[in-house]
Design a protein around this ligand. Structure first.
Ligand SMILES: Cc1cc2nc3c(=O)[nH]c(=O)nc-3n(C[C@H](O)[C@H](O)[C@H](O)COP(=O)(O)O)c2cc1C
Length: 205
């Protein structure tokens, strides 16, 4: 499947075959591609939790207002991020870069993130959001469907997965074999309403 077809056919699917299991090779293939997604300063601050345990899936479903895809999908992936990845041995993010690049990037990381709590959090959400897109399109290319989710109690899910104190949950993604098509698209805005050239139009007061 080419990238255009994956984009055109990806939909948020809510009904999956609960009997279908992804192989370990498929899960690895999906995640090996996910971690090629771009991240700010190459921090790779996303952390992914693949929930395989049935009882834990059930508990997360209850924390997700009963949404069936949480237990029925082949894969339930919780996209998290480490707010402090920027200060955890950052040399390793640039270890294969030339020395002059390392000499520039490492102080730049420290300068940007130190005491910049909003930036630390924003970058986690930006980078994990991009990874979510990669994962959903990769899944589509592998013959699977997916659904991004934030309809759950973040605090409850954090406790259930033992989220470290300096990490955040960004969203969940379910991935599996579709039993039922998504409903027809519910109403895309016209491109002119969301796409501008150079500046926003003048506001009329
Ligand atoms: C951040 C985010 C959170 C979402 N949370 C849920 C959710 O909790 N449950 C659900 O069924 N769909 C959820 N969706 C799916 C949206 O409803 C869906 O993307 C939107 O209606 C457009 O449909 P499409 O993805 O099929 O094009 C979420 C989507 C995003 C991007």
């Amino acid at each position: 499947m080419d990238i255009k077809e994956a984009i055109l056919t990806r939909r948020s699917v809510k009904h999956y075959d609960p009997e279908h299991q992804m192989t370990a090779e498929e899960v690895n293939m999906l995640m090996e591609h996910a971690i090629l997604s771009p991240t700010a300063f190459n921090l790779q601050h996303w952390r992914f939790v693949n929930v395989e345990d049935n009882a834990l899936r059930q508990a997360i479903r209850e924390a997700s207002y009963g949404q069936a895809q949480v237990t029925d999908a082949s894969m339930l992936l919780i996209l998290c991020a480490d707010l402090n990845a920027w200060e955890k041995d950052p040399q390793r993010y640039w270890r294969h870069a030339p020395k002059e690049v390392q000499d520039f990037m490492l102080p730049a990381i420290e300068g940007y993130y130190t005491n910049h709590h909003q930036g630390q959090r924003d970058e986690c959400f930006r980078s994990a959001g991009i990874a979510a897109g990669t994962i959903m399109l990769m899944a589509k290319g592998m013959g699977y469907d997916s659904c991004p989710m934030d309809g759950f109690d973040f605090d409850k899910v954090a406790r259930l997965i033992n989220l470290p104190h300096d990490h955040v949950i960004v969203m969940m993604i379910t991935i599996g074999k579709k039993l039922q098509d998504a409903r027809p698209r519910s109403g895309q805005l016209d491109l002119e309403e969301v796409f501008f050239t150079n500046t926003f139009p003048e506001q009329t007061k």
